[in-house]
Design a protein around this ligand. Structure first.
Ligand code: ADP
Length: 400
């Protein structure tokens, strides 16, 4: 049995095709820079490693192209071999707390959440519809980025705004990256030989998007992203927390309108806004050459993370493990070191040798004297979605 996972972002579609027998990846690929004059299509299977550029006008076109490549590159002989499709859906709002088998009603409900995440939920829906057009009644499952955070209590998810906006417009914090935070927490507990229910964890997903999550006994009790993925940590090109007063100031004192300010906060801010690049590898290189703005960007990035760790340690009451994941969390030893250097008063002791080892897989990087376990745990949202899809679609999961 094969399961296809689709992850449609605002301007990209990534896919992975799994064989569920041993959860091996049969093929993966992406269409990136959709809507731009030239899009990039990549496709990797056992036999092929393929990359080309062509113009792709929308997500539907991208998904049709990628899915048909599975047949034309002989990964499968027909689309009928796919037993189910799992979709990462960004915003489940107050409606979805579990992976959900998609029906016409579910599509309408996801549609009703579009105002909360206009770019993302629309792309996710295009993905669902494209598969419907291609393979008719194939079971499709939506796995929501917000779902893991449904255990966050009201005092953490409500903003102190007049009730009207929560009651009528759903203005509250939702949190995102839930599939990733949940996955790495489970993997880390397994690697520690402990039950997730017994652990208090702070998970740091540090990629282009970045968020922290406080996990108590396996349940999310707070997450740094808010009503939208703009709140919280400093990210690749998103500002994270800012004084909302800045927006009114910019509206009054610049030519920017609301849409332009939103775009600036999402695409021109964060690490990119300060260091002129959102690529941590380039920032590290610039820091090695003593570039003052790269040094400042890193300091701001780390400082915000440390503030959240302090806050989350306080709300958890006890901290057992700190997890690093996402492109930066998994690969930037320098970022991990800079964060942990500010946490020694907590009893955090990093093993510098373990921290800089280039090994794959889930690994601990704390010294034996550390009061808090430090883990680098690669995230694998697609695998988590594939497994959820098999369960929600009612397909038999075969034993490894
Ligand atoms: P996305 O949120 O788009 O999925 P990723 O999780 O792939 O992003 O993370 C991208 C970030 O990870 C970029 O800032 C990139 O520079 C950083 N990164 C990837 N590999 C390394 C590395 N070896 N060293 C430092 N940073 C890295």
């Amino acid at each position: 049995m094969k399961v296809l996972v689709l992850n449609a972002g605002s301007s990209s579609v990534k896919f992975k095709l799994f064989s569920i027998e041993k959860w091996t990846v049969l093929a993966s690929g992406a269409a990136e820079s959709i809507f731009e004059s030239i899009s990039t299509v990549s496709f990797i299977s056992k036999k092929d490693h393929y990359r080309h550029q062509e113009k792709i006008d929308n997500h539907t076109e991208a998904i049709m192209l990628l899915v048909k490549m599975l047949v034309s590159h002989q990964v499968i002989s027909s689309l009928k071999e796919i037993g189910a499709v799992g979709h990462r859906v960004v915003h489940g709002g107050d409606l979805f707390y579990e992976p959900t088998l998609i029906s016409q009603e579910v599509i309408s409900q996801i549609e009703s959440l579009e105002p909360l995440a206009p770019l993302h939920n629309h792309a996710n829906l295009e993905g669902i519809r494209a598969i419907q057009a291609l393979v008719g009644d194939l079971p499709q499952v939506a796995v929501f980025d917000t779902a893991f955070h449904h255990t966050v209590p009201p005092y953490a998810y409500r903003y102190a705004l007049p009730n009207f906006f929560y009651d009528n417009l759903g203005v509250r914090r939702y949190g995102f990256h839930g599939t990733s935070h949940h996955y790495v927490a489970r993997q880390t507990a397994k690697a520690m030989g402990k039950k997730l229910e017994t652990l208090n964890i702070i998970s740091l997903h540090l990629g282009n998007g970045a968020s922290a999550c406080a996990i108590q006994g396996g349940k999310s009790i707070d997450a740094s992203m808010g009503m939208t993925p703009l709140e919280g940590l400093v990210m690749g090109s998103r500002s994270g927390d800012i004084d909302p007063g800045i927006i009114f100031y910019l509206l009054r004192h610049t030519q920017l309108n609301a849409d332009e300010i939103e775009t600036m906060l999402n695409t021109q801010s964060g690490l990119k806004g300060i260091a002129q690049t959102n690529d941590m590898r380039q920032i590290e290189e610039k820091i090695a050459h003593e570039d003052p703005l790269a040094i400042l960007a890193m300091e701001i990035f780390v400082y915000r993370i440390v503030k959240y760790i302090g806050a989350y340690a306080a709300i958890l009451g006890r901290l057992d493990a700190l997890i690093f994941t996402g492109g930066i969390g998994e690969h930037s030893a320098k970022t991990r070191e800079a964060i942990c250097a500010k946490l020694t008063f907590f009893g955090v002791q990093m093993d510098m040798h373990l921290n800089t080892q280039l090994t794959n897989g889930c690994r601990s990087i704390h010294a034996s004297s550390s009061k808090i376990a430090l883990w680098v745990t690669p995230t694998n949202e697609e695998l988590a979605i594939a497994k959820e899809t098999v369960l929600a679609a009612g397909l038999q999961e075969e034993k490894n």
